[in-house]
Design a protein around this ligand. Structure first.
Ligand SMILES: *Cc1c(COP(=O)(O)O)cnc(C)c1O
Length: 426
């Protein structure tokens, strides 16, 4: 679900024709729809309302300040994984008490920064980290809450190995067998209180079932730990809800909730969710312009001005993004955005960028209507892990970001310049 649609042969974001945006803003440009972002947040909030969760939007999926402000106004908390993300959230006016901080390698500096900000929870990924937190909290004379990240050792089909986190032998969390013992030992701490359990099993998780399995294990552990007299009052079930890339593969928020909510009711647990992709993915597209087309052997290449430095997901995860011209004309509007879409006269192409790597592509063997030099092309479902993963590789200034709100649009991050490329160099 999103507010990008074709009308009379032109692509609109809400009430704005995207060609009008890039006439001024140039290409490549990320374009976000505020209504879409809001809708996906609200759907999750509504679906899980029965357990009154704290929703902590995952900043790493898409962290522009303007988007964080939109989410903050909706009541969202934030899931951060670095001191830099914490800085972003505070700049956007995020409430410190609604921030959770995860990550296997938090530095002393980052922990001190989070202590000073008085964030809600530290998601603890190892025993050593817990005792380091205790030491630093004591030095600042503060009491803090920790949630132990457990590794529930489940796998989920369809999740790329690079985004799978809930299996043993990934670097995340502590083995579930060891968790009870760690809770017991943590009672000896005076400043860090280990009162929560955290899991994040990977992304995207294409069915509710892995959550049911992981939460079942977490609840059994909580029972056991509580039986030993340890207070556990918080369960953070992480993120990983899917979004729409290839069509209708993602369960809806209500589908996840239907399976998950009954497990969590009447447990005397504060519930935290950390959705990222499911809120931001479909709220953004990447708009790019065709530079050249050419043939190489039997392949046809469409060379565009966006590249793997702008959107690395196809290269990194073999991920699929629906791509279509932004101004195809009424006869060639896409009837849907399924990966199976074909129209008469289409041709099979590789959509590639200008970077000097053969891994630099946005799509391979893709059926598209014929495009020519100068045409605008939209890459859909690019809101999550798009701009945030971008780089300046090949000395390419990063793309601009634009936010559309109804009939209005504004630049929320200007396109980088050559000066930005060398700004920190001395
Ligand atoms: C990345 C991440 C998330 C968000 O994952 P999505 O798939 O974007 O929902 C949530 N929690 C943690 C700890 C993460 O690392």
């Amino acid at each position: 679900m999103d507010y990008f649609a074709y009308r009379q042969g032109h692509l609109y974001c809400e009430a704005v024709a995207v060609e009008d945006i890039v006439r001024e803003a140039g290409t490549p440009t990320y374009i976000y729809s505020r209504a879409t972002l809001t809708e996906h947040y609200r759907r999750i909030a509504a679906a899980f309302a029965a357990v009154n969760p704290l929703i902590c939007y995952s900043v790493k999926s898409c962290g522009n300040l303007a988007l964080l402000r939109v989410l903050r106004e909706l009541g969202s908390g934030f899931d951060v994984v670095s001191g830099g993300e914490l800085f972003r959230v505070l700049q956007a006016g995020g409430e410190p008490g609604k921030i959770v901080f995860a990550g296997v390698g938090k530095t002393d500096q980052e922990i001190n920064q989070a202590l000073a900000a008085d964030i809600g929870w530290f998601n603890i990924e190892s025993e050593e980290e817990f005792w380091n937190l205790e030491r630093l909290a004591a030095a600042q004379g503060r009491t803090v809450r920790g949630a132990l990240r457990i590794n529930p050792d489940i796998s989920s089909r369809g999740t790329h190995r690079k985004t799978l986190t809930g299996k043993k032998e990934t670097k995340f969390g502590v083995d579930i067998e060891r968790a009870a013992e760690l809770f017991e030992q943590a009672r000896g701490a005076s400043h860090a209180r280990l009162t929560g359990l955290h899991l994040h099993i990977g992304s995207p998780i294409l069915s509710p079932q892995p959550y049911v399995e992981a939460i079942g294990k977490a609840l059994a552990l909580i029972e056991k730990v509580r039986g030993g007299g340890v207070l556990v009052d918080t369960l953070d079930i992480g993120g990983g809800f899917a979004a729409f890339y290839e069509g209708h593969e993602a369960p809806r928020a209500v589908d996840y909730a239907a399976a998950i909510v009954p497990l969590l009711q009447e447990r005397s647990l504060r519930i935290i969710l950390e959705p990222g992709r499911s809120i931001s993915c479909n709220a953004g597209i990447l708009l790019t312009r065709v530079q050249y087309t050419k043939r190489g052997g039997r392949r046809k290449f469409v060379i565009v001005d966006a590249a793997m430095n702008d959107l690395i997901r196809p290269t990194l995860y073999e991920s699929y993004h629906f791509i279509w011209p932004a101004n195809p004309g009424p006869a060639r509007e896409p009837a849907n955005r399924l990966s199976t879409l074909r129209i008469s006269g289409d041709e099979q192409v590789d959509v590639v960028g200008p970077i000097c790597e053969s891994g630099d592509y946005l799509a391979r063997d893709r059926w598209l209507p014929a495009v020519k030099r100068g045409d605008l092309v939209a890459v859909f479902s690019a809101g999550a892990y798009g701009f945030t993963m971008s780089s300046q590789y090949n000395a390419r200034p990063r793309a601009a970001e634009v936010l559309v709100e109804g009939g209005q649009w504004r630049v929320i991050r200007r396109r980088e310049t050559y000066q930005d490329l060398i700004a920190g160099e001395v």
